[in-house]
Design a protein around this ligand. Structure first.
Ligand code: ADP
Ligand code: MG
Length: 233
């Protein structure tokens, strides 16, 4: 099992969380659509990986000691050329060291820049009574301020997931507001379903996880997981 191998490697390093890159590899093994993401250890490598992925790219710090990358000045989006990639590499490294001098740094993730979409959050907790449980909410203030989220015990079928989408107060946003096209609820529900399979399969390994944000596109255009986090038991 490839997912278990990724988890075992992290444990062997004494870690209790996966990096974004590792978490996205695990998500991808369960069929979740994640942004293509590669690890650069040097500035020159960052440039060649950016060329391979195609501009514009996003760059992010990869450190097991920095879980909230933006807080550490560790995320740069919409980098359009080699010069910007070189500058971002130096800035992100300097920011990370200033944020946490002794942080273990694996390198910098170079990833495809996903187009704008409606931001939602998927997550999982391991409930003491019910076991692996899925969470869904809209991104940003909806989850942080309004706590507008809904839960389902895994496994969650696609039709159960579709019902979850309708349960939050912000549900009309997915139907399309202010002249926006309706969002791809079917793809989002399928993603919730696959995610729930993952947390059930890896119930002995994963304590909590999230995909924050997942960008949801217009009907037929799917979704994209742009950030991923897995905390181990
Ligand atoms: P954090 O660890 O701070 O949560 P994220 O990976 O979520 O870091 O990045 C912060 C924000 O940058 C995201 O909420 C999203 O708006 C944007 N972002 C991150 N990665 C991408 C990407 N690949 N494509 C487009 N936008 C992105
Ligand atoms: Mg995030």
């Amino acid at each position: 099992n490839e997912a278990l191998q990724i988890i075992e490697r992290a444990r062997a390093e004494g870690r209790d969380s996966l990096t974004e890159i590792e978490a996205k590899q695990v998500f991808a093994l369960y069929g979740l659509p994640v942004t293509k993401t590669l690890l650069a250890k040097t500035e020159d490598e960052a440039v060649s990986l950016a060329r391979e992925i195609g501009y514009p790219v996003v760059m992010k710090i990869v450190s097991p000691d920095i879980l909230h990358k933006s807080d550490a000045g560790g995320v740069k989006v919409n980098l359009k050329d080699e010069q910007s990639v070189r500058e971002a590499f130096r800035t992100i490294m300097a920011n990370a060291k200033a944020y946490k001098a002794d942080a273990r740094i694996h390198g910098i993730a170079i990833q495809e820049m996903a187009p704008w979409g409606t931001e939602v959050i998927l997550g999982s907790v391991n409930d003491a009574t019910f076991g692996p449980t899925m969470m869904f909410g809209l991104g940003g203030i909806f989850v942080e301020v309004l706590k507008d989220v809904t839960f389902r015990v895994a496994p969650v079928s696609t039709s159960q997931a579709l019902r979850m989408l309708g349960e939050i107060r912000g549900a009309p946003i997915l139907a399309g507001v202010r002249g926006e096209e309706p969002r791809d609820k079917r793809a989002l529900a399928e993603t919730i379903c696959s995610y729930s399979t993952m947390i059930l399969d890896l119930a002995d390994e994963i304590s909590e996880s999230d995909a924050n944000p997942v960008l949801v596109y217009a009907e037929g255009k799917g979704v994209k997981v742009v950030d991923a986090r897995i905390i181990l038991k």
